[in-house]
Design a protein around this ligand. Structure first.
Ligand SMILES: Cc1cc2nc3c(=O)[nH]c(=O)nc-3n(C[C@H](O)[C@H](O)[C@H](O)COP(=O)(O)OP(=O)(O)OC[C@H]3O[C@@H](n4cnc5c(N)ncnc54)[C@H](O)[C@@H]3O)c2cc1C
Length: 242
């Protein structure tokens, strides 16, 4: 197998056109390839600057999970630190987790940040939403969002190989009109649902939860709703949000 390491977008497009399979840290694909055979060519984006951005409002697809630190919103940082073991987090990438894994622990965090994706096609680079990236398994270059006022993430304890543990992610953003909006995303089993509601600074948590009950998130079973209720109440009580 030839591993290609493009250093520019046009080189990456050439690799795609020549059939190179994208990889991140190969934590998932390696075992499959050992079993089924290796592709002729693979392409890692680790030398491509556009896939290595890391900041308050951007994250490259080639960034390994243990580089997601305090500079990024809390919800993403906690999501990344909840994935697998230290060894997995030192190797696995954002792109591999969001597009290539089944658990996708980063996905609820990316959804509450209302993140947009920059994707690479053979003849273009464009922005799209996460739903399209996942449905079409696009080659992800990076994620971009507007920094939230506050955010949170909780993952239930789970057993290796067991059912996916419940994940609840939340974030509050100020919109262009100066109003606050609460976004909530929940992974329940393998399903991820998300929704949002207004949450003005003078609204109390009970009012916001009441409004949230009327969204898709309100249909969750009682145990999951209780986790949402607790997290939203804690988030809205933070000084940054009040
Ligand atoms: C022991 C263990 C525990 C784990 N626990 C968790 C967990 O708790 N939560 C969780 O979410 N995950 C968990 N995982 C999965 C882990 O997140 C993935 O292994 C990892 O994210 C895949 O990343 P990778 O960079 O190694 O991907 P690779 O193995 O390199 O690739 C996986 C797939 O993603 C595709 N891909 C890679 N990069 C891109 C890109 N930029 N754009 C589009 N497609 C791309 C590849 O083509 C391939 O199909 C665990 C894995 C292991 C081994």
């Amino acid at each position: 197998m030839l591993l290609r390491l493009p250093t520019s977008v046009s080189e990456a497009q050439e690799c795609m056109a020549e059939g190179a399979v994208p990889i991140g840290g190969a934590t998932l694909v390696w075992a499959t390839w050992q079993r089924d055979g290796f592709p002729e060519q693979a392409m890692s984006l680790r030398e491509l600057p556009e896939a290595n951005v890391i900041g308050r409002e951007a994250l490259g697809a080639a960034v390994v999970l243990n580089r997601i630190d305090d500079h990024l919103p809390e919800t993403l940082r906690r999501a990344a630190s909840s994935v697998g073991t230290g060894a997995v987090r030192r190797t696995a990438t954002v792109g591999g987790n969001l597009v290539g894994s089944t658990l996708r622990c980063l996905l609820p965090a990316a959804l509450v940040l209302d993140a947009h994706a920059t994707v690479l096609e053979r003849d273009s680079v464009y922005e799209t939403d996460l739903a399209e990236v996942l449905a079409k398994r696009h080659l992800l270059l990076s994620l971009h969002w507007r920094e939230p006022i506050a955010s949170a993430y909780y993952k239930e304890a789970g057993e290796a190989g067991g059912a996916p543990p419940l994940v609840v992610a939340t974030a509050v953003h100020t919109d262009d009109g100066g109003r606050n909006r609460l976004r909530v995303a929940v992974r329940d089993g393998y399903e991820v649902l998300s929704d949002s509601t207004a949450c003005d600074a003078d609204a109390d948590a009970e009012q916001v939860l009441h409004a949230l009950r009327r969204t898709a998130v309100g249909g969750l079973h009682a145990a999951a709703w209780e986790v949402v209720r607790r997290q939203v109440t804690e988030l809205l009580a933070r000084p940054a949000v009040r």
